[in-house]
Design a binder for this molecule. Structure first.
Ligand SMILES: [Zn+2]
Length: 556
């Protein structure tokens, strides 16, 4: 009896197993079919969009920009396909796909297609609103005593003037853009929220993070951790800055106002420690130095440099970026290199993005052959960019001698520490303000801005000021909910730096150490998007993303 029962149970179990397997197999086949169709459409369009954008950034001509815009539009259109989305959704919701590479592709593609399901007329309206605000920003000029000033000129005054009245006038003049755009921005914020709600999210901030593969609660936890780790040290440093400026401007500490910090937003370190790094590079070739360095750590960049556009040209984009044209090894960087420390940092930074792409795993499916997240490629770029002003690296690369290294070592560390702490507190302001603004755009945003600035940057609001100063930061309107990634990139750069210098090499300058390149290739570049970013970080460093190593490097 027992035996029969057992036999029956087994038979049921086998039957169930068989039906599970066949359902799994069926769904996995459906997903493979979906991917085949998706890749056939997206791969050529991706390449075309990358190539035309590259050409436009180099030539700067209207025709090239028009071609680039058209190609980007064609690529974006793939993700608006509602029939494809319905198929993907049904596969996802079946829960039957078990293969890890397939489930990961479902996750990544589901977010991309979900973002594309917005009613096109709402999207058009959003772009129209953004363009309008963008025009106002482009054409606005601060006016001081009847003279029009560009942003660069305002920054120049803030950096160099020692007269409070002049500083205040320049600062207030640039803030005049606020009232011109504030109402437009609030309308745009509400419009973005409406789109987010129609897509199933509570607001646009949540939607932006989730669609980019970030959990807002996870990001907030990391920001809280960093706030706790930096608050006291920043308070001490801020007091040092205030003491310095009090004597510099010959006014009491209590009279220092936001215009006394040499920058419109106090987002960069004021020049209270000075090492002139530019003079070390004035007779050197940053490209050759970078190529030698990367080759030395086992990440040869000759192919990337050969495909790149490195120097200034008429019409060319004046900034710098790196691009992966085809995820098959055509990786390029656009720069405008001059022999100074800024461009030494930049070429190391851009080639950091470059090696992340170039040394990917060609066996991975196209969708996953990319950085785990935008901020993880930023982290690799920062890890290497920071070396440009690291005396240890400069000495190893033969840029300075041992004696000079000793001489500037402490001052360089202080300057970098100041830069990192100031930036981290500013990034807190941006993250907290945007999050709260999207949660409730009807609150008193002027007050919210200054409360946040006082809390994180410890700056004093000018008496009685009730102006939309938040609206003057162009990122709020036009590059929304992205700023936090810059800070996450810095945190991760520190976490990798600590891991590499503890477990991979005892050479903190990395130069000449092939183990560094090998580690990054195997643990970071090749995995691509195979894992959720925090899983990749845990696999490559033994723990999830944490602010502790950043704090250890720059706070303690
Ligand atoms: Zn970058």
């Amino acid at each position: 009896m027992k035996r029969t029962l057992l036999a029956v149970t087994c038979a049921v179990a086998v039957a169930m197993l068989l039906s599970c397997t066949s359902k799994q197999e069926k769904m996995e086949n459906r997903m493979k079919k979906f991917l085949a169709g998706h890749e056939a459409r997206v791969i050529p369009l991706y390449r075309e969009a990358a190539l035309t954008s590259w050409d436009a950034n180099i030539s700067g001509t209207d025709e090239d920009y028009a071609r680039s815009e058209k190609a980007s539009f064609e690529l974006a259109k793939v993700y608006t396909d509602s029939i494809a989305f319905a198929e993907l959704k049904s596969i996802k919701e079946s829960g039957a796909v078990k293969d890890p590479l397939l489930t990961r592709q479902i996750e990544v593609l589901y977010n991309s297609y979900l973002g594309g399901q917005v009613d096109p007329s709402l999207l058009e309206e959003q772009i129209r609103m953004e363009t309008e605000i963008s025009k106002k920003f482009s054409t606005f000029r601060a006016v001081v005593s009847g003279k029009e000033l560009s942003d660069n000129q305002v920054e120049e005054i803030l950096r160099s003037s020692v007269k409070s009245s002049e500083l205040q006038a320049a600062w207030e003049a640039h803030k005049q853009i606020g009232p011109l755009v504030a109402e437009d921005i609030i309308r745009l914020v509400k419009h973005r929220n409406m789109i987010a709600q129609k897509t199933g999210f509570s607001n646009f901030h949540e939607m932006s993070l989730k669609l980019s593969g970030q959990d807002p609660a996870e990001v907030t936890t990391i920001f809280d951790e960093l706030d706790n780790l930096t608050r006291d040290s920043f308070a001490v440093l801020k007091d040092e800055i205030d003491t310095y400026f009090s004597s510099y401007y010959k006014i009491g500490k209590d009279n220092l106002r936001p215009w006394h910090y040499q920058n419109r937003y106090f987002q960069e370190a004021p020049a209270i420690y000075s090492v002139d790094f530019d003079r070390y590079y004035e007779n050197l070739d940053p490209v050759r130095l970078a190529a030698t360095f990367y080759d030395g750590i086992g990440l040869n960049v000759d192919a990337i440099l050969a495909a790149s556009d490195l120097y200034e040209k008429p019409g060319k984009n004046q900034h710098a970026f790196s691009t992966d044209i085809d995820r098959e090894g055509d990786v390029r960087t656009l720069d405008n290199i001059r022999p100074d420390s800024y461009w030494m940092n930049t070429i190391l930074h851009e080639l950091g993005h470059g090696v992340y792409s170039y040394y990917n795993d060609r066996e991975l499916p196209f969708t996953l052959r990319d950085a785990a997240h935008m901020f993880t490629t930023e982290a690799v770029a920062n890890l290497f960019g920071r070396l440009a002003t690291d005396p240890l690296w400069m000495q190893k690369m033969g840029i300075i001698d041992d004696e000079e290294k000793e001489r500037i070592s402490e001052m360089s560390h202080k300057a970098l520490r100041l830069q990192m702490l100031v930036f981290s507190r500013w990034a807190q302001v941006m993250y907290r303000f945007e999050k709260s603004m999207y949660e409730n755009p009807d609150q008193d945003l002027n007050q919210l801005w200054w409360d946040t600035v006082a809390k994180y940057q410890m700056l004093q609001k000018p008496e009685g000021r009730d102006m939309p100063d938040w609206a003057t930061k162009i990122h709020i309107a036009l590059y929304p909910c992205y700023y936090h990634n810059y800070l996450l990139g810095e945190l991760l750069a520190s976490q990798w730096y600590s891991h590499i210098t503890t477990h991979v090499t005892d050479n903190p300058a990395f130069a000449g150490d092939k183990a560094v390149g090998e580690y990054l290739k195997e643990q970071v570049f090749k995995p691509g998007m195979r894992y959720y970013w925090n899983e990749m970080i845990e696999r490559s460093t033994g723990e999830k993303l944490t602010a502790r190593y950043y704090a250890r490097q720059f706070v303690e």
